[in-house]
Design a protein around this ligand. Structure first.
Ligand SMILES: [Fe+2]
Length: 428
């Protein structure tokens, strides 16, 4: 016994230490799991029970000149109304017919939030307040709860120049995404002529996760200017939100039940055609594309946006959608905007697979927060005035009578000034 004691003693002590260590590990792992669960499944800061509506956003509507207005609340709110006004303190009228539904939660985050949606003007685009390229104000009211005063600009009714921003790939890196959204807001504050934002997809990493979409909406609020100006958004589906109901729910289903392809007019001179690169390029989508491009021949400008890259700066080139390219060329599309690569690029004009001054310029690849990758600028389609670089960025596009001005704006230094600006002639 006495002989065994020195031996047993330390062994018992070691056993307790081991148990203590195991217990500490269990506590740490449980705490970490709990923290991760709480951190990833809480509602964003602005979604507060009884608080003002948040995530207020505009999506151009199906009737040219109309808008869908959408917002988020923590609870169901019957009888919400929208006040539309021609000036902050001026006369206005009430838009009724607000539809409210709970967000779908396909991945089971356990979060509960509600989306409200109303279309205006409800059926008459020629309502008095609607005429001209003017500022308008709106407020959302629910009993004593009232939103801040938002403002927005209607699209031009004549053939005035149109200025847009375009970009994509806002997934994963929340800090960089917020920085880019702040940067976008600064552009809109500096140039109120900017009428809308074209987002080429990959909003979030997991398109079926409600918590990620609510975070995206929370971050998109940062694009609203300090004086409340909303930047209407024209969204394309990326591969990260290829499936699930949340893309359509967040943006009011801009496309069809078969896929997120649709056309929107930004005034009478510009048609924006959005395609869904997650769906078959042929068949129904191709038939629609050809008919839409045929109808848009009357417009001064027709541009297309879609997610995957047809003339990539990073990935190897594949013959992904020759029928789309053929349609773009046949019907004289003026500019193509792509995403997905996580870099910034502009091609030379391309026609029938070759450089041609009469060809179509492809820009984009996405830099709204996604980590930037290194492109291969030696590819023939990226030679000057084309380029490829590695930079968070947004495109500023100005469509005038005879040319479109393409400018890359980046909060990062390193983009050469020669690469940052250029003009594409109107195609025949
Ligand atoms: Fe992508």
């Amino acid at each position: 016994m006495s002989d065994a004691a020195p031996f047993d003693g330390p062994a018992r002590g070691g056993s307790w230490k081991l148990r203590g260590l195991l217990l500490a590990m269990v506590v740490v792992v449980t705490a970490l799991t709990l923290w991760r669960w709480i951190a990833t499944t809480r509602l964003p800061e602005s979604v507060v029970a009884g608080g003002p509506p948040t995530h207020v956003r505009l999506v151009p509507g199906r009737i040219p000149g109309s808008f869908e207005l959408l917002w988020t609340t923590a609870e169901e709110r019957p009888d919400q109304k929208v006040w539309l006004k021609s000036s902050p303190d001026g006369p206005g009228f009430v838009v009724e017919g607000v539809e409210q539904k709970p967000f779908p939660d396909p991945a089971g985050s356990g979060l509960v939030a509600w989306r409200s949606r109303v279309v205006f003007p409800p059926d008459d685009p020629d309502s008095w307040w609607f005429e001209g390229e003017d500022d308008h104000w709106l407020e959302i009211v629910w009993g004593a709860v009232q939103s801040r005063a938002y403002r927005f600009r209607t699209f031009p009714s004549l053939g005035e120049p149109v200025t847009l921003l375009a970009g994509g790939d806002s997934l994963d890196e929340l800090g960089p995404r917020r920085r880019m959204n702040d940067f976008i807001r600064e552009q809109v504050e500096a140039d109120p002529a900017i009428l809308a934002f074209l987002h080429g997809g990959d909003f979030v990493r997991h398109g079926e996760r409600l918590d990620e979409w609510l975070d995206w909406l929370e971050d998109w609020d940062r694009t609203t200017t300090t004086d409340g100006r909303l930047l209407p958004i024209v969204p394309a589906r990326g591969n990260h939100e290829a499936t699930g109901p949340l893309f359509d729910f967040v943006f009011g289903r801009p496309g069809t039940t078969a896929g997120a392809w649709y056309e929107r007019s930004i005034g009478p001179s510009l048609s924006v055609v959005t395609l869904d690169s997650n769906r078959p390029v042929q068949g129904e989508q191709l038939d629609w594309l050809r008919a839409t491009l045929e109808a848009s021949r009357a417009r001064r400008w027709t541009i297309v946006q879609y997610h995957f890259e047809l003339w990539p700066a990073i990935r190897p080139r594949q013959e992904r959608a020759p029928d789309w390219i053929q349609a773009f060329e046949e019907f004289g599309v003026d500019l193509a905007i792509e995403c997905n690569g996580h870099c910034v690029k502009r091609t030379v004009p391309i026609l029938r697979g070759e450089r041609d001054p009469e060809g179509l310029v492809y820009i984009g690849e996405g830099g709204l927060g996604a980590k930037q990758r290194t492109p291969e600028p030696e590819r023939w389609w990226l030679q000057a005035p084309g380029f490829a670089a590695n930079a968070a960025h947004v495109w500023k596009l100005r469509f005038a009578a005879e040319s479109v001005d393409l400018e890359v704006l980046s909060p990062d230094s390193g983009l050469e000034s020669t690469a940052a600006r250029g003009s594409a002639p109107r195609r025949p």
